[in-house]
Design a protein around this ligand. Structure first.
Ligand SMILES: [Zn+2]
Length: 423
């Protein structure tokens, strides 16, 4: 591609930066936690209409996707929670098409009292923009939009369709992306601007969500030893999961060789008891467990269930009253990519170096992303590449604004390098 075309597009990115920043702030100000994504999706629809894209809006249909590989069973409905797809149609289609996918759902900012800045305020302090989802991943969604806008404003035409997919449900199932792919919104390649600090994703763990219910015996605390404390029995199972976690981390496959602790078990939600002077008779734990690529979610479930029941068998009470173990939400398979063989990563490497002057580094993730659907079930080359910041899922999450500007230029360059430019 002509150097002058690239320079023109980069100039357009810089020129539009104040408008891009205002758009990012508007995205972060939409509190798009699970069940409340409609507002941010209306904003994305309006953005796509302004850009002259073909706009599609639809709610994921559980009946249509529940038998597909990669589906994760939700315990909630998709009513009023749409995906939005914007297609920038190429007039000449002799190049490659591209999907730019990014999730607009964010996790809860609670406890809000731990924040210095309003989690929905999108306050800018120096080079940082603070807010829930600022980093994960509204800045990435914003960057992919403004990368396309810069190409449009430079009057450059690309030779393949560019399909923008702001999706719901990345943080709990991935069914938003699965529904997009099932509807036929695919492409010859895909880039997801998740916040990987300007590195290219080459591997990610599998993720499972589960729930453990333990029954005890309620009693007045004055005779606590006659009761069975369900909260304490759940601790037996948490300790067992820590042992499984340690064992898996001692058996790292090559893709995670350079990662200190790839597999994380997280007791995320606990409910038990209702009175300080009563021995609690019920306790429920919701957890997240990682596992390696190459293992199906079904195998991972068996591994976790067998391990928990084995631990329960060593406890006199739990042996007679085994825990109830169920799984819901994430049934996400892990994946590993080949940095040198992936056409998306190889093209991105060129685009990234052209903008930053630095070589593109690979990264193996200890979390999951929607990239798995493209690679594992649709055979579409994919990677994640996005901005830098800190404290994703924590208090005072922030994105570094200079990295957003840089990533926008890299994505714009990548779109042109991947799809080709009509001279
Ligand atoms: Zn994310």
């Amino acid at each position: 591609m002509l150097e002058s075309v690239k320079k023109k597009v980069w100039q357009e990115v810089e020129k539009a930066w104040p408008r891009q920043l205002a758009h990012l702030q508007a995205l972060v100000r939409e509190p798009s936690i699970l069940g409340s994504e409609a507002g941010v999706q209306r904003l994305m629809q309006a953005t796509f209409r302004e850009m002259g894209l073909e706009v599609h809006t639809f709610e994921p249909d559980i009946g249509a996707i529940c038998a597909l590989p990669g589906f994760s069973p939700p315990e909630w409905s998709y009513r009023g929670r749409p995906n939005v797809v914007g297609v920038w149609k190429a007039s000449r289609k002799d190049g490659r098409s591209l999907v730019l996918n990014g999730h607009v759902d964010v996790v809860s900012p609670e406890p809000i009292s731990h924040w210095t800045y309003d989690p929905w305020g999108a306050i800018v302090v120096g080079d940082r923009l603070y807010g829930r989802g600022a980093l994960d991943m509204k800045a990435g969604v914003n960057a992919m939009v403004w990368a396309v806008r810069a190409i449009q404003e430079a009057d450059v035409l690309v030779r393949g369709d560019v399909v923008l997919q702001p999706v719901i449900e990345e943080e709990c199932t991935g069914n938003g992306t699965l529904a997009c792919l099932h509807r036929g919104f695919t492409g010859d390649g895909c880039l997801i601007p998740e916040p990987f600090y300007c590195q290219a994703l080459v591997a990610q763990v599998g993720v499972l969500w589960g729930r453990i219910k333990v029954r005890g015996v309620s009693y007045h605390v004055m005779a606590a030893r006659s009761g069975v404390n369900a909260i304490e029995k759940v601790y037996v199972l948490i300790n067992a999961m820590r042992k499984l976690e340690a064992r898996l981390n001692s058996e790292k496959p090559p893709a995670f060789r350079d990662v200190a602790w790839p597999i994380n078990f997280n007791p995320g939600v606990i409910r038990g008891g209702d009175w300080p002077s009563t021995v609690p008779a019920e306790c429920e734990l919701e957890f997240r467990m990682g596992f390696y690529p190459g293992m199906t979610p079904e195998r991972a479930k068996t591994l976790v269930r067998d391990h928990l029941l084995e631990a329960a068998a060593t406890d006199p009470w739990l042996k007679e009253h085994p825990p109830e173990i169920t799984f819901y939400g994430f049934h996400a398979e892990g994946m590993a990519l080949d940095f040198n063989e992936s056409p998306v990563i190889q093209t991105l490497n060129v685009s990234h170096q052209g903008v930053t002057g630095r070589p593109l580094e690979p990264v193996a993730s200890t979390a999951t992303t929607d990239a798995r659907f493209f690679h594992l079930y649709y055979g579409i080359p994919v990677t994640c590449y996005g901005p830098s910041g800190g404290r994703a899922h924590g208090a005072n999450e922030y994105v570094e604004l200079p990295s957003v500007l840089e990533v926008t230029k890299v994505i714009a360059t990548f779109i042109m390098d991947w799809c080709g430019v009509a001279q």
